[in-house]
Design a protein around this ligand. Structure first.
Ligand code: HEM
Ligand code: MG
Length: 232
């Protein structure tokens, strides 16, 4: 059917965002990952995940800077380091250490192994994972950047994977679903996942964001100020 999973071809554009890649793999965004406008992205997020634009608007606007075009971007553009893309990702290597665009199982191990003995992830495990990934980057990446901007983007991303793969009201997400989302960039429909009936908005995001933020015990690095990279 129209929204069946189809793995990308070599000419399709994919980027560092598992959410947008998944939407493209299911045809909620153009399957080639190209000619994306802000309204197209908002509609895809709503149709595919019931995520409302209020949670995406900052990232979507920043994304336009990553492209040479006036009002469109493609998914691969999003790996422009220092725009939305940041260090200490959950499933991608730091820009200074390797490929910041493609899924990396070694990096993903930290999240995959979190909340041991349980079959779900939650805000507690998500906060611990954010701290662990930050500690890894800080120890290994001399160019590590960690300002309040990166902190807020990372926390939003963690609350998003819990909400789209789990229950936006509790922040509880089955491990199986989250693992498929990251590893295969696929909606785990055969495994029983369904799009949330609860709209994913500031109302659901707020408490989850706060809990993850607190649990991550984040602190800025002295001397680093937030900036946004606007072009290559
Ligand atoms: C990263 C989810 C929409 C741009 C991420 C990550 C998640 C996520 C979980 C973290 C990946 C990691 O740490 O390895 C989602 C979901 C979305 C969505 C569920 C909507 C339904 C967007 C939009 C944009 C965007 C609208 C911009 C147009 C990015 C970028 C990254 C990213 C640039 C890479 C950040 C990094 O890890 O360095 N997203 N996202 N995302 N997202 Fe999205
Ligand atoms: Mg990154």
């Amino acid at each position: 059917s129209q929204h069946q999973f189809q793995a990308p071809t070599t000419t399709d554009s994919r980027g560092p965002c598992p959410g947008l890649n998944t939407l493209a793999n299911h045809g909620f965004l153009p399957r080639n990952g190209k000619n994306l406008t802000i309204p197209i992205v908002f509609q895809g997020a709503l149709d595919g995940f019931n995520v409302h634009k209020e949670l995406l608007i900052t990232a979507a606007k920043a994304a336009l800077f990553t492209s040479d075009l006036d009002d469109q971007f493609e998914l691969e553009n999003l790996s422009l380091h220092g725009n939305i893309e940041h260090d200490a990702s959950l499933s991608r290597e730091d820009h200074a250490l390797g490929n910041n665009n493609v899924f990396n199982e070694t990096i993903f191990t930290t999240l995959a192994n979190s909340n041991p003995g349980s079959d779900f992830f939650n805000t507690t495990s998500a906060g611990q994972v954010q701290k662990a990934r930050l500690d890894q980057s800080q120890a290994s990446n001399p160019a590590f950047r960690n300002t309040i901007k990166e902190f807020e983007v990372r926390t939003r991303e963690s609350s998003l994977y819990l909400q789209v793969m789990g229950d936006p009201l509790t922040g509880i997400a089955p491990k199986q679903f989250v693992n498929i989302f990251f590893r295969e960039e696929r909606m785990p429909l055969e495994e029983g996942w369904r799009k949330s009936n609860t709209p994913v908005t500031g109302q659901t995001d707020g408490p989850l964001f706060s809990a993850i933020a607190r649990g991550s015990q984040w602190q800025p690095i002295a001397g680093q100020c937030p900036w946004v990279t606007l072009a290559q």
